[in-house]
Ligand binder design. Structure first.
Ligand SMILES: Nc1ncnc2c1ncn2[C@@H]1O[C@H](COP(=O)(O)OP(=O)(O)OP(=O)(O)O)[C@@H](O)[C@H]1O
Ligand SMILES: [Mg+2]
Length: 166
């Protein structure tokens, strides 16, 4: 069923275009501005003056899922910090929250379909699975570093050549 859903959402071609990372991240984050202000969450984006070729639809889906998870786990007044770095070959984005963290025994499972610690009806457990799948289409990578009661960092890595192979 999940594979069918992903097939359904699959486009024929990726549409890579150049984005201004700071502006694009700001726009994506503004989709959740209501929840962010309700919880008084402080969002910081350190991604100035970085332009990058990427599939905007996939990028948006990835960031929205990480954002929605982060908003769920931080407490009132918590923080979400997004840091970007470029080197010769890659763009790195660290997406960090000061939420409750992930139990070590759950880390291996979070990208599996239907793995959720949320109450029935609150989460499907598909968010990170979809993130992982979408990133694979553009040769993106994701890893996670988390400490219980301190927070979580999702580390994204995108090849500058996208999936074009150069
Ligand atoms: N930033 C985070 N901090 C702590 N735990 C997280 C974080 N992101 C994900 N998790 C854990 O990983 C699980 C799976 O996340 P995923 O996004 O795949 O599903 P979900 O958020 O539970 O449901 P859905 O995304 O379908 O609404 C979550 O239930 C939670 O336990
Ligand atoms: Mg989720």
């Amino acid at each position: 069923m999940v594979e069918n859903l992903l097939d359904f959402s699959r486009k024929k071609d990726q549409e890579f275009k150049e984005i201004n990372l700071y502006e694009t991240l700001n726009e994506i984050i503004s989709f959740e501005s209501k929840k962010i202000s309700e919880k008084n969450i402080k969002v910081t984006i350190n991604c100035n003056n970085i332009f990058f070729y990427i599939d905007l639809e996939i990028f948006t889906l990835v960031i929205l899922n990480l954002l929605s998870n982060a908003i769920d786990v931080v407490s009132e007044g918590g923080e979400i910090n997004i840091n970007c770095y470029l080197d010769d070959s890659y763009l790195y984005i660290d997406f960090a929250d000061t939420g409750k963290g992930i139990e070590p025994e759950h880390i291996e499972q979070i990208f599996n379909p239907f793995f959720t610690t949320k109450a029935t009806g609150k989460g499907t457990g598909l968010g990170l699975y979809i993130v992982y799948n979408q990133l694979q289409k553009i040769n993106g990578e994701i890893s996670v570093d988390s400490r219980v009661d301190e927070g979580t960092v999702f580390k994204l890595k995108f090849s500058k050549g996208g999936n074009y192979g150069f």
